[in-house]
Write a protein that binds this ligand. Structure first.
Ligand code: T1G
Length: 697
């Protein structure tokens, strides 16, 4: 047995088998030193004929999870992955690959270039490149069709989904599934090749069968579902060429890959990928979270029952508290419905549903929460009600229990002051529907203990949510910014645009839904109550934005839930509400406004600039730790188009100087609303970007 090592690739010869191990924690990404190590190992073994078969496997928790995403956007380093994989495929000595954990992107492409693939039970494979604005760039679009057909290639490349190896075996993407530790599986696989018990072949020697129907269906799906995205279309065109010569297909794939690499979409989606992980880097990260083995949820309404469902799905027993039996039963029924929905979507088995529901307790007194580790209050958004509850919880709950509020706006410090243990009070702001939406704003009070904050982040991870740290102010990160830019939508309508034009312009920009449709979905009465709550503190020189919405609500039209809002809802049919057009015309007359034309471009510019202005202030005030925290809040909680990376990543594509120019231009009409944040002015002078600020943090 002799071994040869590079930084992250080592070779061990056992008998006639060369075991080539990749070891590049945390996920064995194909960084340049890994590519070099693999290239050297395979060339050496072919040169010195020191083995009859080579088996590539990986150490650590997973096989190669793809190309090293941190290398994208930097000057390319040799060897390129396509070149390395062609060398693997053309190797005279057969190569086998053993897949454990998640073999993704370039990692799966390494395996596809090998001459046989053995999976370890429980592994998953995937081509998630489209999720970061790319397409497989090292043969995935050419080799998957040859092994498994064009339909499978389209499915995997356009969904980016992770496929369990049992399904991959059926697809023909792996040759067998074994159990055991990867090195042992690798050695056995190598010996089986020599013994003729595991066949090997070159994927490039296979032909892909034409499948025009699948290609046509994919083109239709992408045009409908992803009209803004570049890489899905390029991916289909590359796969379509897989029925022709391999070299031509590889060339076309590479050209498409390089084009996608250069798109702002790739930058936006990769910013989102790393941002989702970076938000967990908070000052309290080193603190030890408290154990949460039981949760009490107060309030069985939409939010309370969604939060309870999310906790139950994370395996945490829940006690739901409501004021009356009737309300309690409604809450339990909603939770049961949420779980049934998960069964319908194939996310939960019927048995698991029953076991999950068995962890739900229900009570009509707060005393039932005396022994729980964490209480989450999700009652009516009124300060007095919340203060009363926290005062009672302070007397009831055990020492060390965490007292959390799901308030969307209110002052956590004021709530905490109702207790003798403000260090145990925190805001856990879920988004509706709470068992679906992945965002959790973790609102840290002035006296919140670090381990309580750390517990919030640990809970987010257990609930498979993305926790974002927020400071205390009205509306925290998301709703504070929403409260500001939603005024722009109202001003645009008063000044001449129609609600439909505003919605369409922002949907074309990439939002899943325009602001008026979102308002109708969430319920226009929420904004109405907020305007009433804040009426006293509205500056006298601020232009009121609620004229039209107030009149809609005064008619009892709160949106979808009342069948009318900015739109009229008739079953699945939705159309503009003609009575709103009359209200708008009347409000313009009353304000002496002569409506003017707005281009879609100006609508987008004004709306996004307003969003960026308040987002910059949220960073300036330290409510958000970094600009990327704002981006992740808007990507995960407010339907901001992921390919644009979030409001402040998008702001960098405009530039601080241009933003300052725009704001000063808009301020000529409305100097109270349009004011340049200090941070933006400083960035315009210094040339700093929000990306720079993220790096400094
Ligand atoms: N490159 C660089 N860093 C990566 C990485 C990658 N591919 N994948 C993960 N990381 C970092 C991540 O930022 C985090 O860092 C740490 O690893 C743990 O990740 C040519 C072009 C594998 C399922 O898109 O989906 O191949 O925060 O927290 O929840 O065709 O990571 O600790 O500093 O996510 O257990 C295609 C991306 C690339 C897969 C593990 N591959 N990764 O999830 O851990 S493009 C992907 C994941 C490509 C070729 C093309 C997940 C995971 P930090 P984590 P996890």
């Amino acid at each position: 047995m002799n071994t040869q090592n590079s930084v992250s690739v080592s070779t061990e010869i056992v008998g006639d088998v060369a075991l080539v191990a990749v070891d590049n924690p945390p996920v064995n990404a194909l960084s340049v030193h890994v590519r070099t190590g693999l290239q050297d190992a395979i060339a050496r073994i072919n040169a010195d004929q020191s083995a009859k078969v080579v088996v590539i496997y990986a150490r650590g928790r997973t096989f190669i999870a793809g190309a090293d995403i941190t290398e994208f956007g930097k000057p390319p380093m040799q060897p390129s992955l396509p070149d390395l994989l062609n060398e693997i495929e053309q190797s005279a000595i057969p190569l086998v690959c053993v897949l454990h954990g998640t073999a993704l992107g370039g990692g799966l492409e390494v395996a596809l270039a090998c001459h046989a693939r053995v999976a370890v039970a429980g592994a998953r494979i995937g081509l998630p490149e489209v999720l970061i604005g790319l397409l497989p760039g090292a043969g995935g679009t050419q080799r998957v069709p040859r092994l498994a057909g064009i339909a499978v290639a389209l499915d995997m490349c356009l969904s980016g989904r992770q496929v369990k190896v049992a399904e991959a075996l059926e697809m023909g993407l792996v040759d067998r599934i074994d159990a055991g530790d990867p090195r042992a599986v690798a050695l056995e696989a190598g010996q089986d090749v020599i013994a003729g018990k595991l066949a090997t072949r070159k994927t490039c020697d296979l032909d892909a069968e034409a499948d025009d129907a699948a290609l046509a269906a994919a083109r239709r799906m992408v045009a409908e579902k992803h009209p803004n995205l570049v890489s899905p279309q390029r991916c289909i065109e590359a796969i379509a060429l897989s029925t022709g010569p391999m070299a031509a297909g590889m060339q076309a794939e590479r050209a498409a890959f390089m084009d996608c690499l250069a798109t702002p979409q790739r930058a936006g989606l990769i910013h989102a990928f790393f941002g989702e992980r970076a938000v967990a880097n908070v000052p309290e990260k080193a603190a030890t979270p408290r154990e949460v083995a039981s949760i009490g949820v107060i309030g069985g309404g939409t939010m309370g029952s969604g939060i309870a469902t999310s906790a139950l799905l994370a395996g945490i027993p829940v006690t739901l508290v409501e004021v009356t039996d009737e309300a309690l039963q409604r809450g339990v029924a909603t939770i049961t419905g949420n779980l049934d929905g998960a069964v319908k979507r194939g996310k939960l088995s019927a048995e698991a549903r029953d076991a999950t529901l068995a962890m739900l307790g229900a009570a009509t007194t707060l005393e039932a929460l005396a022994g729980v580790d964490l209480v989450i209050e999700a009652v009516f958004e009124q300060m007095e009600v919340k203060k009363e509850i926290f005062g009672k919880l302070d007397a009831i709950c055990k020492p060390g229990a965490i007292l959390a509020s799901n308030t969307s706006y209110l002052d956590i410090d004021e709530i905490a002051a109702q207790t003798a243990r403000p260090e145990d009070v925190i805001g856990l702001h879920f988004f509706s529907p709470a068992h679906i939406m992945r965002l959790l704003e973790i609102v840290v009070g002035a006296k919140t203990a670090p381990e309580v904050t750390a517990t919030g982040f640990a809970l987010a991870k257990r609930m498979q949510k993305v926790g974002v740290r927020a400071g205390v102010c009205d509306g925290f990160i998301g709703n504070r910014i929403l409260a500001h830019y939603s005024k722009t939508a109202a001003y645009l309508v008063l000044d001449g645009a129609s609600p439909q034009q505003v919605d369409r312009a922002l949907e074309d920009f990439g939002f899943a839904m325009g602001p008026h449709k979102v308002g109708d979905l969430a319920g226009l009465d929420i904004g109405w109550m907020t305007r009433k709550r804040k009426a006293a503190e509205r500056p006298s020189n601020e232009r009121y934005a609620g004229d039209v919405s107030d009149r809609i609500c005064e008619n009892g039209w709160f949106g979808r839930k009342s069948g009318k809002g900015f739109y009229v809802y008739d079953g699945r049919d939705m159309r503009p509400n003609p009575e709103v057009e009359e209200i708008i015309a009347d409000e313009r007359r009353k304000a002496g406004i002569t409506p003017r034309e707005f281009s879609d471009g100006e609508i987008v510019d004004r709306y996004l600039t307003a969003m960026i202005v308040e987002a910059a202030r949220v960073v300036e005030d330290g409510i958000a730790l970094r600009p990327l925290d704002v981006d992740i809040v808007f990507l995960m909680g407010y339907g901001f188009p992921r390919f644009r990376g979030g409001p402040l990543h998008y702001a960098d594509t405009i530039g601080a100087a241009e933003l300052v120019r725009r704001i000063e231009d808009y301020a000529r009409q409305d100097p109270q609303y349009w004011q340049v944040p200090e941070l933006l002015r400083e960035m315009a002078q210094s040339g700093r970007s929000f990306a720079d600020i993220n790096k400094e943090a």
